[in-house]
Design a binder for this molecule. Structure first.
Ligand code: C2E
Ligand code: MG
Ligand code: MG
Length: 479
């Protein structure tokens, strides 16, 4: 027994100890890796969301270091349209960009700042400073640092960012979670005011975020209670000033708040997926209206444009559902035009073209809405089976004031014509723009100059007069 134990020990020591040492090294490496991934972002090596919250909590609880009148703040930064960059240049390039963004941001930060990548294209910074202005100055410096273009695989890429700032001072109770949430809320608010802005959190924003929750519930109930209505805005041939069709635009008749414009609920409907049932209702209602017009005005070859949202466009059975509606309403599919935007065509271009061809197989036309505001490239544009380009109103409305915008409109119109498409100028408000568009050979116009969007009955009245007279606008409902 003694001998065998001795033999065992003799054998064990040389074989087992290095093995144990090896295993504990692996164990150490694994636990280090575990520790690393629970605290750090694997792509950039920055802190992750949890670690930043922890660091923020420490800043808030170590009151001894939190001297009188010192401010603790969170800067929450989100890259604008990163999804589009990621989808058009690929994930690898997207990752490269995030690394380079992280580098540039880090270079602007004071050494004491805790810097984290909190999710995909979102970064956050927690820091202690002597006055609140330090945070806004830093936010400006961060946005400035990103304003210079990045070179990725020989391509020049420009990014902008939206920033939210939240802060707390000595004597104010604040949890790290609340401060973090407030900074994020302020960032969303900055995004609404346009790309490349920053916003400092105010309590009003929080009530707004709570309102958003209420709005979602009300949207759900509103769809069930059919509180929505379609308005119709005429589209006019610029040469004859006759109505050639309408665009259907949704409004919400809220029982307490009255009319609610689409910009207030369409984004939320998209986010929550409620746009699918709502979109289906829009198509049904618009097709039903077109049916009535086809019967009432058989001599008018009216087109009806319907806006499609990205979520609807992604649905694999969209064309089948639309075919059912067209059949049920007994309308001519050729009288329908679906408006999509450039951003819906980014990403998987072949897939997008496939979806477009399915819609075209129903006889329907396709329009590219808000053209000029997205990122579609010339090579992609020529592959899209689009019939109409709608020049975005931001260019149309400035064309009289700036040569540059006039030139942009001219180029978009020429481009559309080269590609065999017709053009609608959106947001036409003044006579000078009508004349300029005519001289640029733009076929159609849409805007307050002729008419605001109208309820169906008033739109029908417009069809009874041969020409649209801008002065008849005084009788319109202002919406
Ligand atoms: P859009 O499709 O580009 O529609 C044109 C918007 O410009 C409409 O705003 C219209 O009222 C407005 N507009 C037209 N002419 C003028 C003008 O001369 N001056 C100015 N300042 N504005 C003009 P609206 O109805 O508030 O709709 C905003 C956006 O909401 C639409 O932009 C579209 O993206 C979305 N939307 C509206 N209805 C629907 C819908 O039924 N489905 C979906 N998915 N989106 C919709
Ligand atoms: Mg539209
Ligand atoms: Mg538009």
């Amino acid at each position: 027994m003694g001998w065998s134990l001795f033999t065992f020990r003799m054998l064990w020591i040389p074989v087992a100890e290095p093995a144990l040492a090896f295993m504990s090294a692996i164990g150490l490496a694994l636990s280090y890796r575990l520790l690393y991934t629970t605290h750090y972002d694997t792509l950039t090596g920055l802190l992750n969301r949890n670690a930043l919250r922890h660091a923020l909590q420490q800043l808030l609880t170590h009151r001894s270091r939190f001297r009188r009148r010192e401010t603790i703040g969170v800067i929450f930064l989100d890259l604008d349209h990163f999804k589009v960059i990621n989808e058009s240049l690929g994930r690898l390039a997207g990752d490269q960009l995030l690394l380079r963004v992280a580098e540039r941001l880090r270079a602007e930060l004071p050494r004491s700042a805790r810097f984290a990548r909190v999710s995909g294209d979102e970064f956050a910074i927690a820091l202690q400073c002597s006055e609140p202005e330090t945070l806004t100055t830093l936010a400006e410096a961060l946005q400035q640092a990103l304003s210079e273009s990045f070179s990725l695989d020989g391509q020049s890429v420009t990014v902008s960012s939206s920033i939210g700032i939240a802060m707390t001072q000595m004597g104010h109770q604040h949890s790290s979670d609340n401060l973090f949430r407030d900074a994020q809320t302020a960032m969303y608010r900055a995004k609404v005011s346009g790309n490349g802005h920053y916003q400092v959190f105010s309590t009003g924003m929080l009530t707004e975020a709570i309102d958003r929750f209420t709005l979602e519930n009300e949207l759900r109930q509103g769809i069930a209670a059919q509180e929505f209505v379609l308005y119709y805005q005429p589209i006019v041939a610029l040469d004859s000033e006759k109505i050639v069709g309408f665009e259907a635009l949704i409004r919400w008749q809220h029982p307490q708040h009255g009319f609610i414009a689409p910009y207030r609920f369409i984004p939320l409907a998209e986010e929550t997926g409620l746009i699918i049932p709502l979109g289906e209702w829009i198509c049904q209602e618009a097709c039903c209206q077109l049916n009535q017009w086809q019967h009432q005005f058989p001599e008018l070859p009216l087109m009806l444009s319907i806006n499609l949202s990205g979520r609807q466009f992604e649905q694999s059975d969209l064309s089948r559902r639309l075919a059912q509606i067209i059949r049920a309403e007994g309308i001519d599919g050729q009288r329908l035009k679906f408006e999509i935007t450039e951003s819906m065509l980014m990403g998987d271009v072949d897939n997008a073209i496939d979806s477009m061809l399915k819609l075209k197989s129903l006889g329907c036309k396709l329009g590219l809405d808000d053209f000029g505001t997205g990122y579609s490239s010339l090579s992609q544009l020529r592959r899209f089976p689009v019939d109409t380009i709608k020049v975005d109103q931001s260019f149309v409305q400035k064309m009289g004031k700036s040569d540059e915008d006039h030139e942009i409109v001219r180029m978009i119109i020429s481009l559309g014509h080269i590609l065999g498409m017709d053009l609608i100028a959106e947001g036409v408000e003044i006579k000078e723009d009508v004349d300029a568009l005519r001289s640029l050979d733009c076929e159609y116009g849409q805007g307050y100059f002729w008419s605001k969007p109208l309820p169906a009955a008033q739109a029908t009245e417009l069809l009874q007069q041969p020409y649209l007279r801008p002065e008849s606008q005084s009788t319109q409902i202002d919406i």
